[in-house]
Design a protein around this ligand. Structure first.
Ligand code: ATP
Ligand code: MG
Length: 283
């Protein structure tokens, strides 16, 4: 396949004839009134290997959109393509469009660092910096030049919104690394929201946590969606069913097979493969 866009189009058309899954609009018809993010026929490659095929979907504002699917189906790859974290992987290459408020984030004039200020990210493994709790949360504000003298109030507000303030109020100077795993993850969420992004991407934020900590993160995700657009990858189907408004099901090979309201996906999916996946017949 060539990088030439005209050649590319010809190839994907002929591929369509052979493989009905390629570059197809997914099944499902979610009612997305205010898309913040729109992915249009997005392909991602690592070297010669194609990890995502023609992903087309709209992510609604101030809702929780869950990305589910078996290991290796491209969930993290898709998440990273939204705020251009794939730029940091040498062999990664993206084709197609990814619009944020109607602007293609892959346009030459988009600064990925500025983009990531508006689209923050929380990872699977809590990764606090070896700094105090306060400095962890203040970090993003300082780096992003939002240290306008009001840092303390902003740090406290972020910790409060991340449902952590009560537990750390008396020890803001202690190391973030001395917190429990669940507290560390809420600290990372506080760090992500302190600079006031619009979108928060979360890649399996609770998978390393115990059930109590997981349930705190789940409550938090639902609350965050009152102010932010949340896109969350999870392996845990019950979790997706509990906390998300929309669910996108990716299946092996990097195809988005179905995208719809979460209730519809879990109660009456269009695709037999999706039904098999969510009922645990494979994956
Ligand atoms: N940095 C990389 N270099 C090369 N290939 C990669 C890289 N990251 C991911 N891949 C490949 O891309 C495909 C999708 O990977 P990805 O990590 O997006 O899947 P995933 O759905 O998030 O899986 P998991 O549920 O295990 O986290 C896989 O085949 C993977 O091996
Ligand atoms: Mg992943």
């Amino acid at each position: 396949m060539t990088a030439d866009p005209v050649g590319q189009q010809t190839v994907s058309k002929s591929e369509l004839a052979e493989d009905s899954q390629s570059s197809e609009t997914p099944l499902g018809t979610p009612d997305v009134r205010n898309p913040v993010i729109e992915s249009n026929d997005l392909d991602v490659y690592y070297g010669d290997t194609q990890a995502l095929h023609g992903i087309t979907m709209e992510i609604p504002e101030r809702q929780v959109t869950a990305l589910i699917g078996p290991s290796g189906c491209g969930k993290s790859t898709f998440l990273r393509s939204i705020n251009r974290m794939n730029d940091l992987i040498d062999v990664a290459r993206v084709d197609g469009d990814l619009f944020f408020h109607g602007k293609n984030v892959y346009d030459d004039d988009v600064d990925p660092v500025a983009l990531r200020r508006r689209i923050g990210m929380v990872f699977q493994k809590p990764n606090p910096f070896p700094k105090s709790i306060f400095d962890n949360v203040a970090y993003g504000l300082r780096v992003q030049g939002k240290d306008d003298g009001d840092v303390e109030a902003k740090v406290r507000r972020a910790l409060e919104r991340a449902a952590l303030l009560d537990e750390v109020e008396d020890k803001l100077d202690e190391s973030g690394l001395d917190l429990s795993g669940g507290q560390q993850q809420r600290l990372c969420i506080a760090r992500a929201i302190a600079p006031d992004p619009e979108v928060i991407l979360m890649d399996e934020p609770a998978s390393a946590l115990d059930p109590v900590a997981t349930s705190k993160i789940e409550d938090l995700v639902e609350e965050l969606a009152e102010e932010y657009t949340v896109v969350i990858v999870t392996h845990n189907m019950q979790q997706a069913a509990r906390i998300s408004d929309k669910t996108a099901v990716f299946l092996t090979g990097g195809h988005l097979v179905e995208f719809d309201d979460t209730n519809k996906i879990f109660e009456n999916p269009e695709s037999d493969r999706v039904e098999d996946y969510i009922t645990g017949k494979f994956g």
